[in-house]
Ligand binder design. Sequence first.
Ligand code: NAD
Length: 328
Amino acid sequence: MKRIAFFDTKPYDRIWFDEYNDGRYELVYFEGKLNHHSAKVTADFDGVCAFVNDEVDAKTIDILEKNNVGILAMRSAGFSNVDLKAAKDRIKVVRVPAYSPYAVAEHAMGLLLTVNRKLARAVSRTRDFNFSINGLMGVDLYGKTVGVIGTGIIGRVFINICRGFGMKVIAYDPYPVKDSEIEYVDLDTLFEKSDVISLHCPLTESSYHILNEQAFAKMKKNVFIINTSRGSLIDTAALLDALNSERVRGAALDVYEEETDLFFEDMSGTLIKDDTLTLLISNPNVVLTSHQAFLTEEALQAIARKTLDNFDDYFNGKPLENEVAYKK
Ligand code: NAD
């Protein structure tokens, strides 16, 4: 029986993998992340399954290749943590391109409502029997303009949710959806016109720090920033400056540039030595969740099914419909 090593696993990951596996593979779950140290345990495995904060760099890939691991299955849509150039012609890399776009898009709207209406603070006040509503004022979303960066599967679901709120939608994407009813604009126009900006594009060389100092300078005063995509789409220092100068009214983030060693773990007893993160968390106009936008039952079921199908295709010599490969 083929053996598959799962890295960075939590109890919620295992539920549907165990159920859908149905004896096909021997699944071994490791809690630790995949990196060039932990990769050494893969000597007796045929495949590896990794997640968004595993470090699948060239050194890790060297070890996987040495151990004859033929396939790396990402149980995520994003794969910016995999060195595809190093993996080329040495190990197949597959992913789950779409599982539940609703999970992520609904979380993005949840974040927008939370940061706008200050829901986290409101709930913590009433828990403390503090019924004052001073300082909790938000704005109507109805009639506001939302600028969506990236109109792929998730971006389009988010657009529909925003339309349901009566918001005007504009969007930027280098590959616009043809014949859609989406109003595309260039990035500068999106910055100038949006009351809310939500990121739904992948992290690539061209999108790294797409929201930087220059971008914030072009934005409307009092804009809300939502990021459920990847942390490095935003220059966090520039965001903090924009929050301090009140150009940005609020930021709601599910991802953070330096999340790799922190997110998904209980760090409550640990001194966090990341001053930028500390500043973000203590800013009253920032809401941060720990990369949980995908975390719905439906999404996890679809991820388990599709990942096991990806392994089936590879081990049965079928074409890999969800392969991601290095392109120049
Ligand atoms: P997708 O591939 O369907 O769509 C991405 C869109 O971004 C495409 O239309 C593409 O043309 C566009 N794009 C590429 N480069 C761009 C750029 N520089 N500027 C603007 N647009 C650009 O992907 P998706 O399924 O909609 O997912 C979007 C992102 O959401 C993923 O890349 C991933 O980073 C993130 N994500 C996060 C979570 C989470 O739990 N927080 C879960 C799933 C996905």
